[in-house]
Design a protein around this ligand. Structure first.
Ligand code: GLC
Length: 736
């Protein structure tokens, strides 16, 4: 059936004057554009949500893309109307938020980042593309690349954390995975790098809020992940809701034309976020929707997601000379190019009968389980309580122990909780389990069953307490001012602690929470960012030692929300903290004021974080030694070769994420105290040692300096190779 439809389409295309599928894409774009009316061009720039009946809009030739329609039969029906019942037969592009899986749900992107495993993340994106394209979805609004330094912001869940290099590696991996090697392949899904730009810097961590980002900070911190993803071939980009220093990104031609098109040479398609064009009226940047439409198109936007302003006002604005036909042709050319590159003109339909069998295959589920296992971060393991090798009977308690929907995390429009393996289900296959939920959900303030959990723990060999956040407590528009565990979860942990038995806490959350007080009430803590469909099996493998934890913190973990923003790659002040500052409890009464010897710290919580970026324990220990450079002085065109030895000094095998950091000691502008430049996962058996190396081109030490030129500045540098951003001793080198 699918081949017959494709043949009909190909024949129909052949009948079109002037072009064949064998012609170059640009020729096909130009030829089709030359035959389009203004009204037909405007339709291509209009994206609507398919939550309502789209047949009339498609038949009327008023829409170019539809999001949120996922039924393959319905997609085929709408596509047939577009291809066979409209004058030019231009196919519809169907999009969806496939953020960390379509049906098989992987860990949320912050959890994927914690794996520090781009290859696995790429595989996950490929699986998501195979499942989603089988239903006719050929465009995902992912990867989200917003640098996030504020865990109060609910959307930290969707990104890769605080570091530009890690974010860039993960973003490029997702683009490769979604798009595959050939965008015209039926299982290729166009990626959409978002939200361009600076969205994660929202003041107060309040979603959609203002950001104040200098051009230098934009270029040195926030833009590099987007550049890397675009260099990896990202087909589309989405503008962000926020304004930067008073200019909403959807109307920012410096971003959308000067940087994206002129500097980076991006020839893909730019879509707004949902009504982000219309929201420029609320921003106070546009007088009304017509004005917002004018601003968006002239700033470089190609497609309008759900403001309805493009379809309502572009024709009038062109007539008034406020938008040029040239701009319209440029925008529509970008849209048509994407559709030709996706092969939609030659192969517009999907085999609806094959959609379901593409999902939840054993290979997909196995990959999701491995991703969940690698995403887990072992934060504490006193007395090597983990793995639970000597426990036969365990208490399983807490609101996240058997929460199949909640453990999937945010942005799982198409995930199905029926397929979730919860920790309770998985642990029941490995242990004699006593199950006391104690709390019904993460916000449950009840204390009625805490004593029951304690009593049950007393009769077991160990207790495993599953806490965290319901799925809805993170993600879009879900910021928090307190990062403590919600409800009575901390009380539950403390109560179970009173049983006197070994206590393991497993957290499943959408962000780094402030869990210092909970660490004091348990022996071990395993931290997972909502692990997805196979999270339970992953937890069971980790708790039994089948798999050793290897995850690392992709964001700094704080003691208090009041420390925000705190991130490892910060600049130094003129009075860097020494770590020996006198805290609140130790200040004598009537202490005299002095301005000498002070540093910037908190009287109550000191200076440092709870856990630094890149931190995570294993069931074994690792020692780095013999860190040495190929030489001491480098020209800017040379490559630094860093060699080091890594030994597993424990009695279990394990995987370490070796990280390479640098510091530029003196710059024309101040430079971060550390910057991640390389990482690699290294698996070692007990006692095994390996000689390893990193290669770092000196050119990657470049930054935008005082004169706003991108260059490597000569001078002294330090370099670390360690298991996290706070460890290790530096070696020094110089750039000439
Ligand atoms: C949302 C999000 C964006 C998403 C889009 C479509 O508001 O900001 O990330 O892709 O709308 O759902």
């Amino acid at each position: 059936m699918k081949n017959l439809l494709s043949a009909i389409c190909a024949a129909a295309t052949l009948l079109l004057p002037g072009c064949t599928p064998k012609d170059p894409v640009e020729a096909r774009v130009d030829e089709l554009l030359s035959r389009m009316t203004l009204s037909e061009k405007i339709a291509q720039m209009n994206q609507l949500s398919g939550r309502t009946d789209m047949r009339e809009a498609v038949a009327g030739g008023t829409v170019g893309s539809i999001l949120n329609c996922v039924d393959p039969a319905e997609i085929n029906e709408l596509q047939r109307i577009a291809v066979e019942q409209t004058r030019l037969g231009i196919p519809i592009l169907f999009g969806r938020d496939v953020i960390h899986g379509f049906r098989t749900i992987f860990p949320i992107p912050l959890g994927l980042a914690a794996t520090f495993d781009p290859a696995l993340v790429e595989q996950g994106a490929r699986i998501a593309a195979v499942e989603a394209t089988a239903s006719g979805i050929r465009w995902t609004f992912s990867p989200m690349l917003d640098i996030a330094r504020d865990p109060r912001w609910g959307r930290v869940a969707e990104g890769s954390g605080e570091d530009p290099y890690l974010d860039a590696q993960m973003g490029a991996a997702m683009v490769r995975g979604y798009q595959g090697g050939d965008l015209s392949s039926p299982d290729a899904m166009a990626a959409c790098v978002k939200h361009f730009a600076g969205y994660g810097a929202a003041e107060g961590g309040r979603d959609y809020n203002s950001t104040m980002i200098s051009e230098r900070s934009l270029r040195n911190t926030y833009l590099p992940p987007f550049k890397a993803a675009i260099d990896a071939g990202a087909a589309t980009l989405m503008t962000s809701f926020n304004e930067i220093d008073g200019i909403p990104s959807t109307g920012n031609s410096f971003l959308l034309r000067d940087i994206l098109r002129d500097e980076w040479g991006f020839d893909g398609m730019v879509v707004t976020d949902w009504n982000s064009s219309g929201e420029m009226v609320a921003h106070g940047f546009a007088a009304d929707l017509k004005d917002a439409t004018r601003i968006s198109v002239n700033a470089g936007v190609d497609m309008d997601m759900m403001s309805h302003g493009f379809s309502a006002y572009i024709e009038e604005l062109v007539r008034e000379g406020k938008i040029s036909v040239k701009s319209i042709d440029k925008a529509v050319g970008n849209i048509l190019r994407l559709k030709f590159r996706l092969g939609l003109f030659d192969n517009p339909y999907v085999d609806a009968s094959a959609a379901a069998q593409a999902c939840y295959t054993p290979e997909h589920l196995q990959a999701a389980k491995l991703a969940a296992a690698e995403s887990a971060i072992l934060l504490q393991n006193h007395g090597e309580v983990l793995p639970l090798e000597n426990a036969r009977r365990i208490l399983v308690t807490g609101p996240m122990a058997d929460a199949p929907y909640e453990q999937l995390g945010t942005w799982i429009f198409d995930g199905e909780e029926e397929h979730t393996v919860t920790p309770l289900a998985a642990l029941r296959k490995r242990f004699e389990v006593v199950y006391v939920p104690a709390l019904a959900y993460s916000r449950d303030n009840s204390t009625a069953h805490l004593a029951e959990a304690r009593a049950a723990a007393a009769g077991c060999d160990a207790a495993v307490v599953f806490v965290g956040e319901e799925s809805i407590l993170s993600g879009e528009a879900h910021s928090l001012s307190s990062l403590d565990l919600q409800g009575s979860q901390s009380q539950l942990i403390a109560e179970v602690r009173r049983s006197g038995k070994p206590v393991v806490v497993v957290v499943m959350a959408g962000r780094p929470l402030t869990i210092e007080r909970d660490l004091a009430n348990c022996d071990a803590m395993l931290y997972m960012f909502h692990p997805g469909t196979m999270g339970g099996e992953a937890v069971a493998d980790l708790l039994t030692g089948c798999i050793a934890p290897s995850g690392k913190t992709p964001m700094t973990f704080l003691r208090e929300a009041g420390q925000v923003p705190y991130y490892y790659n910060h600049n130094n002040s003129g009075r860097p903290c020494k770590g020996n500052e006198t805290l609140l409890a130790d200040i004598p009464l009537k202490a005299g004021q002095t301005s000498l010897g002070n540093t910037g710290f908190y009287l109550d919580s000191g200076y440092g974080p709870l856990f630094p970026f890149g931190y995570g324990l294993s069931y074994t220990t690792f020692v780095y030694s013999n860190i040495r450079l190929s030489k001491q002085r480098y020209g800017t065109d040379e490559t630094i070769v860093v060699e080091y030895d890594l030994q597993n000094t424990g009695h279990r095998s394990g995987t370490e994420v070796a990280q390479l950091y640098i510091r530029d000691m003196v710059g024309s502008t101040v430079r971060p105290v550390k910057e991640l430049k390389r990482f690699e996962r290294v698996s070692l058996d007990a006692g095994q040692s390996r000689h390893l190396r990193f290669e770092l081109p000196v050119s990657e030490l470049a930054f935008w300096g005082m004169d706003m030129q991108y260059r490597v500045e000569p001078g002294a540098f330090r370099l670390w190779v360690a298991g996290d951003s706070a460890s290790g001793e530096p070696v020094e080198f110089e750039v000439l």
